[in-house]
Design a protein around this ligand. Sequence first.
Ligand code: HEC
Ligand code: HEC
Ligand code: HEC
Ligand code: HEC
Ligand code: HEC
Ligand code: HEC
Ligand code: HEC
Ligand code: HEC
Ligand code: HEC
Ligand code: HEC
Ligand code: HEC
Ligand code: HEC
Length: 289
Amino acid sequence: MKAVKSSSLLITLFFVLGISVLLLSPAIVSAQTAAASTSELADTDCAKCHAKPPADLAANGGKHKGVGCTGCHVGHPPTVKDNIPKCNQCHGGKPHFELKGCLGCHTNPHTPLKISFGANVTEPCLTCHTDQIKQLREHKSKHSALGCSTCHNVHGKIPECLQCHKPHSAEMTAAECKKCHKPHMPTVVTYASDVPSKDCAACHKMVYETLTNSNAKHKTFACAFCHQAKHKMMPKCSDCHGVPHPAGIMAKFPKCGECHNIAHDLNHWPAKAAEKKETPKETKKKKKH
Ligand code: HEC
Ligand code: HEC
Ligand code: HEC
Ligand code: HEC
Ligand code: HEC
Ligand code: HEC
Ligand code: HEC
Ligand code: HEC
Ligand code: HEC
Ligand code: HEC
Ligand code: HEC
Ligand code: HEC
């Protein structure tokens, strides 16, 4: 900082003793308008006294490169007191350009696409992105109360869920979260048929163990094969099996569960049926709900 200050003092000194004295000397000023005198400063001159803006513009100026120093800075102090342009001189006609405090995000006009946000920004994002706020508002969750930039602290950056949350189980990876959750409506849990059953097991350990320890063909299916697409979806036996037994039996025993118990453990047959199967298991009793 000190080096910068003293060098800019030197510059000021040079400026006051040199250029400004020359410019202000009546012989020259009377012969020229202020505008004409500053127009003698070409873009190539600026770097002689201002090191950073030309370097910034050259490296990261984007489309401002094409505007050039004097395209924005018309005139020069002391002849022209304020030669700092307003953004809306050139940018208008879109909601984004009605925002206050352009330089709050575009912190350096010489590197206009280097953008930084505050920690709790939402409204300004909506001048360009509208889908996410719709989801956040239509499906209220605790995420709806967060600012967009609380998660996206750098423009375009996608946060990991695990920055802020623990996984449901030790083996669950960051990539898996999005198999069930959408960040802008996290409480609407939906999933594809390939979501692994062990992910469900993180919260439904009992069910998982009952199913995987059973002997019925159902054990070969993933949870999501039956509980399709949406969390808490409940299938009916008849969705897959239609009417499996003669009408007489069905009329007498309308509930499948009376003989087959629950879907996760079809082998909880009444004693007789179990005997016929010749596969009674001690462990079954323990699993009974
Ligand atoms: C001979 C050195 C010199 C040259 C060449 C020069 N400047 Fe400056 N410039 C200065 C000094 C010294 C100041 C500070 C003047 C003051 O604060 O009154 C300054 C101030 C400025 C400011 C105002 C900063 C503020 O805070 O208000 C801008 C903008 C600026 N210069 C842009 C340019 C541009 C663009 C060019 C080239 C077209 C240029 N300058 C060429 C020395 C120079
Ligand atoms: C698109 C318009 C634009 C262009 C092009 C531009 N500037 Fe600037 N410049 C600004 C604005 C706006 C500010 C005021 C920034 C602020 O208030 O923080 C500024 C500030 C400055 C300052 C004073 C603050 C500082 O950073 O030192 C100088 C000196 C300066 N510009 C020089 C230049 C030079 C030299 C060039 C060409 C290499 C240039 N500018 C190109 C818009 C521009
Ligand atoms: C003298 C005119 C002028 C001024 C003043 C000006 N700009 Fe620009 N700016 C342009 C032009 C021309 C472009 C390129 C065309 C476009 O994108 O509209 C541009 C492009 C941009 C871009 C996109 C850059 C890219 O590479 O895609 C940003 C961001 C930007 N301006 C921000 C600002 C901000 C913030 C300010 C005020 C600090 C400002 N501009 C002041 C003329 C200006
Ligand atoms: C909350 C932060 C924020 C504020 C405030 C802000 N911008 Fe931006 N601006 C952005 C972001 C983010 C982009 C997108 C950059 C990209 O495309 O990578 C952008 C893009 C731009 C662009 C280029 C794209 C386009 O639509 O033309 C211009 C020009 C621009 N801003 C000018 C301005 C001006 C002028 C203001 C003040 C009236 C302003 N910005 C205020 C964040 C902001
Ligand atoms: C001036 C318009 C503008 C503003 C304002 C703006 N963005 Fe963007 N944003 C863009 C553009 C353009 C892209 C690139 C789009 C693409 O690649 O499909 C983008 C990309 C993104 C991405 C990455 C998208 C992806 O598919 O990877 C995120 C996240 C994002 N913006 C968040 C934000 C947040 C948060 C804010 C407010 C703090 C914001 N944006 C403000 C224009 C803007
Ligand atoms: C709780 C954190 C969080 C909040 C709050 C949040 N996002 Fe996101 N956003 C994400 C994550 C994570 C992704 C990545 C989604 C993916 O990969 O499928 C994302 C993706 C995006 C994308 C890329 C396109 C898309 O929809 O997938 C944009 C643009 C975006 N967010 C903008 C916003 C805006 C604007 C806001 C505020 C209205 C916002 N986000 C609020 C976490 C968040
Ligand atoms: C920047 C931090 C952050 C990120 C990143 C983030 N969250 Fe959150 N999330 C929160 C906070 C804060 C809460 C509210 C916690 C509380 O009040 O107990 C929350 C709450 C939730 C809730 C409960 C919502 C409710 O209304 O009950 C779910 C589900 C959730 N997050 C899932 C996710 C998923 C999935 C991701 C990744 C796509 C993610 N979060 C990314 C901060 C974050
Ligand atoms: C197999 C689907 C699934 C996967 C994968 C998944 N979740 Fe969840 N998550 C849920 C369900 C279902 C709930 C809601 C439970 C309820 O209703 O209480 C939930 C709730 C949450 C909550 C709210 C608080 C809580 O613990 O109940 C957070 C936070 C959360 N998940 C974060 C994550 C993160 C982070 C990941 C990735 C590591 C992730 N989830 C992966 C299904 C999943
Ligand atoms: C983050 C923990 C969590 C995860 C992961 C999770 N669930 Fe749940 N699940 C719950 C909670 C909590 C309930 C509500 C329990 C209650 O109401 O007694 C529930 C309820 C259910 C119900 C409805 C029970 C009823 O009586 O209505 C089904 C079906 C279900 N979950 C299946 C699944 C499936 C399939 C998966 C994997 C794709 C899964 N769950 C993943 C926590 C979770
Ligand atoms: C999403 C579809 C689906 C649902 C829902 C479903 N099943 Fe099944 N079930 C199957 C399939 C597929 C088989 C294996 C058929 C085969 O391989 O012959 C099967 C097999 C069976 C068997 C034979 C078991 C064995 O080991 O031989 C019985 C009994 C059975 N289901 C009863 C039920 C009952 C009772 C319910 C409701 C509580 C039910 N199912 C719900 C798809 C389903
Ligand atoms: C009165 C007891 C009883 C009721 C009620 C009952 N079942 Fe069965 N079910 C049986 C018996 C016994 C078998 C034959 C077991 C064997 O052969 O090992 C059987 C076999 C099945 C099979 C396997 C058929 C095959 O060809 O492998 C399916 C599927 C089945 N039942 C589905 C259902 C469904 C769905 C319901 C309810 C709509 C239901 N059952 C109600 C006793 C019952
Ligand atoms: C073959 C289809 C099928 C499979 C596979 C299946 N379920 Fe179920 N599930 C059902 C049916 C049908 C019910 C309704 C209760 C009944 O009739 O047995 C149910 C009930 C439930 C319930 C609520 C009742 C209870 O026992 O808590 C939960 C939670 C549940 N299932 C979770 C799971 C999980 C987790 C998995 C994977 C480990 C899974 N289910 C695998 C068909 C299935």
